[in-house]
Ligand binder design. Sequence first.
Ligand code: AR6
Length: 176
Amino acid sequence: MEKKIGGVTLKITKGDIANQNDVQAIVNAANRELRTGGGVAGAIHRGAGPELEQECRQYAPITPGEAVITGAHNLPNDYVIHCLGPVYGVDKPHDELLIKCYKNVLKKADEHEIRSVAFPAISTGAFGYPIEEATEIALDTVKAQADKLKNIELIKFVLFDDNSFKTYQEKTKEIV
Ligand code: AR6
């Protein structure tokens, strides 16, 4: 599914964030140490190879809402933007921290003159953020930031499971 927000194309797709050939940057749902892990972080570090963890070391630890940018090594992209989402019920206020994630990633990408970026559903796996609430925040924030972006032309959401994909499709129809 595809929608336009001003000059930005928004795409909702199902797939693996570590296998996105049509975007310059992918976003990692990172841990504070910027190490490999489960879920998105595991897939990205496996695809990129051990040099990614080495490059990440200089930036760790990061705080919830913070985003840092690295190369993508063996992945088919130019950059990985690593962002630490809030742990639901622990890092507070969780909604403000998740808004900060999407804002900071878009800002970093735009500053690096990146034209296309793919997001996973940050915080909705191991960090326990309910998918409906997290999806509303992701879409509201992208919508609010779109007209401030100078370089980004394509924002993709890559959902891993049927329920997340369905939620993104429904919320996109409502919100965007
Ligand atoms: N591509 C796209 N989405 C995926 C993939 C994939 N390959 N794998 C899982 N998802 P999570 P978080 C979905 O747990 O909640 C890590 O272990 C998944 O179904 O990756 O921010 C880190 O090391 C869920 O909907 O990220 C951190 O410690 C969403 O991506 C911690 O988990 C996010 O799941 C971060 O937790």
